[in-house]
Write a new protein. Sequence first.
Length: 124
Amino acid sequence: MKVCFPVEQNNGIKSAIYGHFGSAPMFVVVDTENNSVSVINNGNLGHEHGNCSPILALQGQKIDALILSGIGAGAISKLRTMGVEVYQAQKQNIEDNLLLFKAGTLQKMSSTCAGHSHGGGCGH
């Protein structure tokens, strides 16, 4: 399974999760089957709120899940049409969230419960 995380700097599984999916400079992808780590650059950094398309950076990539802190409802819907499940991060870095994900304790985000780090998010 390939799990994706928005980050500002690539420090492998020690990377801190970036606060907002749309403006993340890059994404770290962890393959849980072989523990490999790869990076996808987000080429759509300059955007107005609500008009970002980081999904374009992920298209063509095989990603099963996305773990993050903040995302808009429209992005969740688009990701789901791509077959990607979206989960609410509970810890600051990839490694800790990956452990929670593997244990099955991270909550899936719904489009009605989408939150940004700069706004609310159903109590998250």
